[in-house]
Write a protein that binds this ligand. Sequence first.
Ligand code: OGA
Ligand code: NI
Length: 375
Amino acid sequence: MEISKNSEISVTTKHDYDRASELKAFDETKDGVKGLVDASVTKIPRMFHHKFDKDSSSTSSSITKLDVPTIDLVDIHQDPTRRKIVVEQIREASEKWGFFQIVNHGIEVSVLDEMKNGVIRFYEQDSEVKRELYSREPLRPLVYNSNFDLYTSAAACWRDTFSCLMAPKSPKPEDLPSVCRDILLEYTKQVMKLGNVLFELLSEVLGLNPNYLNDMMRCDDGLAIACHYYPSCPEPELTLGAARHSDIDFITVLLQDHIGGLQVLHENNWVDVSPLPGALVINIGDLLQLITNDKFKSVEHRVVANHVGPRVSVASFFRSFQPSTRLYGPIKELVSEDNPPMYKETTVQDYVEFSMARGFDGITSSLPYFKIGNF
Ligand code: OGA
Ligand code: NI
């Protein structure tokens, strides 16, 4: 299988400046993008410059006033009629958008607010404290750095991130930052519960037993939480907060603040996911598209940079993060002679490693590489 790998060498040779040294110097400050903003830069370093073609500028190119669907989960546990309506709304959103927002999802606004505040508290700690945590070693209980793909992407993004693997086993409390330890554990508990409800509803959309997806993942589950910090940007039109990508998981639950900037690709337009107080953004990941044989869509999205900031967001990724031999392919109950399986079976790890090796920048998902008959 031949794939073009976004290696450091091929990236550095494309530039007329010493990109490798610039990246290394930036990484070695261990202060992330926030460090640049704290130092009051008025021009963003070249390593952050993205190339934009005409129809994918750094700003919203959406001319339509479309917005991703918002679905109200009120009463779905008490009222079967409401539940049916919601299942239909989720069907439509998962097939057409790959994204939807949910309200009345059961997580209190106070928990959401405290989670966002916890993220801000983490980044506002002394640089000395944060530098101790800055690393690119994936096995640490908490990984904090700027641009996980700094050395492989074509251009860096205006964003810092810390992430933790919270399930199947959460880190020891002392391994979590004291400024957001309690809320991380509480938010995890509640997001896991919500994940269960969402997998139930998605199973119903597929006409399967409500426990189907939860049972499928019971012995191979996991949850990683990434807390992003997008500092204000002096030249937002030159860069991005997050380059276009699809998520490499089953579903993602995203908590965003009031600033905005998240956009999804819908019918070839970038459409804003407008911040809605108390809402959570749900999106279908590549693995759910694979097991539903393309019924649900894993849609590309990105975050534009902004003069206003910082913006914070918390992404909860549902998939296993440990090696497992468990194979995933199109769900047997969903395929038939008229709808034959389109994908080969794969382990989660093989799919993830393959996608990571390809790099993220400006590249669509790895799903085509797993189609039967390809390669
Ligand atoms: C992600 C992501 C969007 C955001 O973490 O995969 O798409 O708004 N985040 O931070
Ligand atoms: Ni994403």
